[in-house]
Design a protein around this ligand. Structure first.
Ligand SMILES: C[S@@+](CC[C@H](N)C(=O)[O-])C[C@H]1O[C@@H](n2cnc3c(N)ncnc32)[C@H](O)[C@@H]1O
Length: 253
């Protein structure tokens, strides 16, 4: 019979244990790299010390203005607005087809929405705002005036939340300068507009010192063009003739 040498037996046992340890040890090799997803370009918003009417965030050289809260409804609905801003003239300059679907973005109390709606009897106004109190006001006004073609719609600070290619046009009256995510808002609007859809931007003229509005709530034509063209829109025209505002028209290419 083969006689077992105790020293060899111990050595064999030791080798087997070490082999088992190596086999069961978790690998320390670096894991395979995860597939890379190209990053979405984040808009390079800047910052500044917040001024009295601003939010301390900058875009393309301007400080974004504070949002006008719903207690400002009285000012939006003031009796002398027609005399000061000539909204009926602005609406006539839009030249909307009777079946147009237009989003009034930053609609507020719906001052413009309810004046546009009768001009587009086969169309509708989607009145978009981010303040639920504004939408409550809009709903009550819709019922009071019996206007079924004004549709209140809750948007978000970074998007209009409307389906793609459903709008013929969009209107922003005294609102764009308050959007705290202008890049995301314009990107979402480009998607919601049909090809060749138009954006009508009404902003108080920064170039005109006689316009009695706080500086953060005004915008120059050059600034608006810089921002809308960077978002991919084509500048069409700045229609003259309003007492206080620019009427800038851009097109979805
Ligand atoms: C100064 S008010 C103008 C209201 C209306 N366009 C008018 O001229 O009577 C601006 C409105 O824009 C809204 N607003 C601000 N940021 C917005 C956003 N990202 N999307 C939609 N509405 C927004 C505010 O809630 C406010 O009601």
């Amino acid at each position: 019979m083969f006689r077992r040498n105790p020293a060899i037996t111990s050595l064999l046992l030791l080798a087997a244990t070490f082999g088992l340890y190596l086999w069961s040890k978790p690998s320390t090799a670096a894991p395979a790299p995860a597939p890379t997803v190209p990053p979405v370009a984040a808009p390079a918003y800047g910052s500044c010390a917040p001024s009295a009417d601003g939010i301390g965030r900058t875009w393309m050289g301007r400080e974004i203005a504070q949002v006008m809260g719903h207690p400002g409804i009285g000012w939006l609905e003031r009796d002398n607005r027609e005399k000061e801003e000539a909204p009926s003239k602005a609406i006539a300059l839009l030249e909307l087809a009777p079946d147009a679907v237009i989003a009034d973005i930053g609609a507020g109390s719906g001052y413009y929405s309810f004046r546009i709606a009768p001009k587009i009897p086969q169309g509708r106004v989607v009145a978009v705002d981010i303040q639920p109190e504004m939408l409550d006001f809009l709903k009550k006004e819709s019922a009071r005036l019996g206007m079924a073609n004004v549709q209140p719609h809750l948007g978000a600070i970074d998007g209009v939340k409307l389906p793609p290619a459903t709008l013929d046009a969009a209107l922003m009256v005294d609102a764009y300068h308050e959007f705290d995510h202008p890049v995301e808002m314009l990107a979402s609007l480009r998607s919601a507009l049909k090809p060749k859809g138009r954006i009508y931007v009404l902003e108080y003229r920064e170039e005109d010192t006689k316009v009695p509005i706080k500086p953060h709530h005004k915008m120059s034509e050059a600034q608006a063009r810089k921002e809308f063209e960077a978002a991919g829109f084509r500048f069409v025209v700045n229609k003259p003739g309003l007492p206080w505002q620019h009427l800038l028209i851009f097109e979805n290419p």
